[in-house]
Design a protein around this ligand. Sequence first.
Ligand code: ADP
Ligand code: MG
Length: 311
Amino acid sequence: MGKRIVIALGGNALGNNLPEQMIAVKQTSKAIVDLIEEGHEVVISHGNGPQVGMIQKAMASLNAVDPKQYPIPLSVCGAMSQGYIGYDLQNALREELLDRGIHKPVSTLITQVVVDPEDPAFKKPTKPIGSFMTEEAAKKLAAEKGYTVMEDAGRGWRRVVASPRPQHIVEIETIRTLVDAGQVVVAAGGGGIPVMETEGNHLKGVPAVIDKDFCSARLAESVDADCLIILTAVEKVAINFGKPNQEWLDELTPERARQLISEGHFAPGSMLPKVQAALQFAESKPERYALITLLEKAKDGIAGKTGTIIR
Ligand code: ADP
Ligand code: MG
């Protein structure tokens, strides 16, 4: 029986630079089309760390050489990254589908995601973005532009932005319509472009970064998916990760997942948001489940042969 699956692609599905991405999307498309070939409906979301970093640096350099150019906000950089990554994925997916004799339209949707102005994340920005700076340059920028800056793990100073929770996907009806019509959609790239509801009908871009795993869980709930697959750089979730007593997990109940989260088994910023997102989706309806596994194991994972299932 075909399932409706939201596939959240991690950094290794796209690589760290332009040539890496061109190669990576081919492998990624094979893994995705394997699922389509088995009769599943897929909606694809993805991270954008290296890509939005590149775009942001390019835009900052533009300002440095031509001060007359208007500074490009982070939300616009996010939109550009959705376009660029979507283009590469669309192109590679189309080719892989046609190579297997499957005629299915593929498109990317520039996706805005509403965040709550009262989200506590805005009081405590945690997500480093952009180039490393000296302490002096960072403090100057903070004074001039009202940015929050922070020392990042001994490597230098960086701008930090908030990582609020996704509330609502603005383009959700379009995404649903396309999936219902049997089409492949790439949506909510990079966690979506964060926007805030303001007076009237205007949605205002917010300088923030929504976690792509949380946004993928929200997307999966909103398209009424059966399954959320988080594809990343490990085949399974582990307890005591990286320690001699490390243990790979095949299955997690929400209760056990919560317990392991509270015991600190999952690294914040990498595995923790995945387990939290998986848990949130699995709990949203009784028959829903989430799977965390390696990109190249997606097919085996959905067949129940590997990965960590949260249900
Ligand atoms: P992605 O780009 O897919 O979001 P991340 O690097 O953010 O990937 O997160 C995946 C990484 O989390 C794994 O490659 C692994 O190094 C790390 N990790 C941290 N804690 C755990 C754990 N408990 N079990 C498995 N992997 C973990
Ligand atoms: Mg990550």
